[in-house]
Design a protein around this ligand. Structure first.
Ligand code: NAI
Length: 680
């Protein structure tokens, strides 16, 4: 067992040749915890007789932020502004010697130093905006003075990071060097003007309008980007007046719902992508990935795997389909090249690493095979039968099925511990979420390998058990059902979509269905016909649209009309009539729903289904549900996910919303334990 580190080890001070070398060592990212801040202050005191002091960090990065785990409690002294003030006022000038990431509090510290030097490629940023905050130790006040308004705006309000080279070009750092230690002595005897004392002209009014528009566009309902802009504008006031205002706003925002939700998701993602049950289990090394089915999903998975550096064999039904799949993957890689995500030489290497074929032989030495053929049990079973004839017993076998039962897909396969679901989301080369599905016989090694693989693809893996729709699509079904009941009872698609967008969803439930295609939901309903509880209400409006060939955007019409190939749908009087006719036929008197009614009831339906999924052990915990919805379904991160939403709004609100849903559609909802009336 590792010994507990002595706290005094967090910051080491050594004095050599008149230079004080202060080294911060708080793995993994040298976060500025209370103990670190206290020791840094002490270290500033220790070097006061030196000619120069150097502040650097051990490990793979400079300070990459504050210790967010401390943000829920009242702040403890010494505060970060105490440290930055001490560094800036130090009689011995400080050189910040940086590598890795210099983020948030780390950059605030660097800006308070007299000099800044960095290794090539070091990245700088003020990502507080991403967790609903503004910097709290002079970041918004020093950044414009040091970087100019434009760069400071992009960093603080849009969360952008910049390289050492870009900062050097902007005059914000003194030196970029491979071996910066060797250059330190040149700073002896110089005392530059403090950054906080530099004069800066106010932002020109025309720029303010542009900044505001850009920040609002980026915010998509969040408040933090605009708070950052407000704090930046204070920088044209004297630092001593403006900095306390920044600090006060930072502390106030720590308690905001937005920041609490974003911090919840930040920690949830870290926990969920490293499940406790898989700790200490070494993943298999993967080099060669076989993908069977090169349609929409298979091509996206292939592109993501190639970009992650794997050799990929893509198997299609025939030569023509294989060629088509090759063209699709090439197009996706070309897109990544055009967007600057990959270099030309990486693109060339990835094209070389791709084999497209209509035979299984090329997959003989694959380490992992992912099936993405049609959503049909027999087709999938045939794929695995063919695969197991050519691959070795070690090859992991994964299905990308959305709704079929992996246990049925893998029935009879030798060594079933290597079989699992790896469920990607469309478009697979972009969407972060991956549900790693544990079938009855899946072994932990297979799961750990799938988690490592998803991590290599820079995705967010979440462990899921077997159930129709796993975690995400099961919640989606409940959400859609609630939305369709609401249509029948008085709301219109455009009203529901607008309400959910106002809540912060990327799209409302009906426009999202139009985009994906109504036939997917229809196929699900048809599959569920056999097992659906006979008491459950079934609204047929969606089926009627399908009967009319209104399958959504690609078909030119769905819940909305898309005249002349329009991308955004327009409310269609024909759909309104269809809904009115349905109400009439079923003797329903339409009632009115406020925006809040719509939001609360639909979110309660989601949270209830999420809680049931946790009750049944399909998801490990509520955090997993939140990560699934925020990383795969357009649920706003700054709302923290449906389970966090339920906690924020409170049990009694959720229960009343469920009461309303049940009263409108008796026998159609089953409650999770936590939301049962009378349950604590
Ligand atoms: P798709 O229809 O675009 O692609 C399926 C491809 O598989 C076609 O190119 C077809 O030629 C090929 N194929 C069929 N049988 C084959 C065989 N025996 N051997 C080799 N290739 C064969 O379908 P899509 O959308 O890519 O879906 C594939 C799977 O992924 C399905 O199980 C689906 O449920 C699942 N999925 C789909 C998502 C979506 O948004 N479309 C999201 C997540 C999972």
């Amino acid at each position: 067992m590792k010994e507990r580190r002595d706290l005094s080890d967090l910051v080491r001070t050594e004095i050599r040749d008149g230079i004080g070398w202060v080294t911060l060592d708080n793995p993994p990212v040298n976060a500025t915890s209370t103990a670190v801040r206290a020791e840094l202050l002490e270290a500033v005191g220790k070097v006061q007789r030196c000619e120069l002091a150097v502040l650097s960090c051990a490990g793979k990065t400079f300070v990459a932020g504050g210790d967010m785990s401390e943000f829920d409690a009242p702040p403890q002294e010494p505060h970060l502004p105490d440290v930055t003030t001490a560094l800036e006022n130090s009689a011995t000038p400080f050189v910040a010697l940086m590598h890795g990431n210099v983020l948030g509090g780390g950059f605030e510290i660097a800006m308070a130093c007299a000099f800044r030097v960095a290794r090539p490629g070091t990245r700088f940023g003020l990502p507080e905006v991403n967790v609903g905050l503004i910097p709290g130790a002079g970041g918004t006040q020093r950044a414009p003075r040091l970087l100019g308004w434009e760069m400071a705006f992009q960093m603080a309000c849009l969360g952008k990071t910049f390289t050492a080279e870009a900062l050097f070009a902007a005059g914000a750092i003194d030196l970029v060097a491979d071996n910066p230690e060797a250059t330190i002595a040149q700073f002896k005897g110089h005392t530059p003007e403090r950054v906080s004392e530099r004069a800066i002209a106010p932002i020109p009014p025309s720029e303010i309008a542009r900044f505001k528009a850009q920040a609002r566009e980026f915010a998509k309902g969040r408040a933090a980007p605009l708070h950052n802009l407000t704090a930046l504008t204070w920088a044209s006031q004297p630092f001593a007046e403006a900095q306390p205002k920044e600090r006060a706003l930072h502390l106030e925002l720590r308690k905001s719902e937005e920041s609490i939700a974003l911090r919840h998701i930040f920690f949830a993602e870290r926990a969920v992508t490293r499940p406790a049950t898989l700790q200490g289990i070494a993943p298999h090394d993967l080099a060669h990935i076989a993908i069977i089915g090169g349609g929409l999903m298979g091509s996206g998975i292939a592109a993501a795997s190639l970009i992650a550096g794997y050799k990929v064999t893509l198997i299609e039904r025939d030569r023509q389909a294989a060629d088509a799949a090759r063209a699709t993957v090439t197009k996706l890689l070309q897109g990544a090249l055009d967007r600057g995500k990959i270099t030309r030489s990486a693109f060339d290497a990835q094209i070389d690493a791709l084999t497209t074929t209509d035979t299984y032989e090329a997959a003989t030495d694959a380490d992992l095979a992912i099936e993405a053929v049609f959503e049909d049990l027999d087709a999938k079973r045939a794929v695995f039968a063919a695969l197991t004839r050519v691959v070795g017993p070690q090859t992991l076998l994964a299905t990308n099925t959305s709704y079929l039962d992996p246990n049925a897909i893998f029935a009879g396969i030798d060594k079933p511990e290597r079989c699992l679901g790896i469920h990607f989301f469309s478009p697979a080369h972009i969407m972060k979420l991956v549900e790693v599905v544990k079938a009855d016989h899946t072994g932990d090694h297979a799961l750990a390998t799938a988690f490592a693989f998803a991590g290599k693809l820079r995705k967010t893996p979440v462990l899921a058990g077997v159930f129709d729709g796993f975690i995400g699509n099961r919640i989606l079904s409940a959400y859609r059902r609630a939305a369709e009941y609401m249509l029948a009872d008085g709301a219109l698609p455009q009203q529901i979509d607008a309400a959910m967008r106002a809540f912060g969803m990327a799209m409302g439930p009906f426009e999202a269905q139009d985009m994906a295609g109504l036939q997917i939901a229809q196929a699900n309903r048809q599959r569920q016909d056999a097992t659906r509880n006979p008491d459950e209400r079934y609204v047929t409006i969606s089926d009627k649209l399908c009967d009319m060939g209104r399958f959504g955007r690609r078909a030119g019409a769905g819940w909305y009309a898309y005249p002349d190939g329009a991308k955004t749908g327009q409310p269609d009087p024909l759909v309104d009539e269809l809904i009115a006719a349905y109400r009439h036929e079923n003797g329903l008197t339409p009632c009115s729903f406020s925006e809040t009614d719509i939001q609360t009831q639909l979110l309660a339906a989601m949270a209830n289904e999420g809680a049931r999924i946790v009750d049944e052990g399909i998801a490990e915990n509520a955090a997993a549900v939140d990560v699934v919805k925020t990383s795969g379904y357009g649920f706003p991160r700054w709302r923290g996910g449906p389970m966090h939403w339920a906690e924020t709004i409170g049990m009694s609100e959720v229960r009343s919303a469920l009461d309303a849903l049940e009263a409108a559609s008796p026998g159609s909802w089953q409650r999770a334990k936590a939301f049962q009336n009378g349950h604590n």
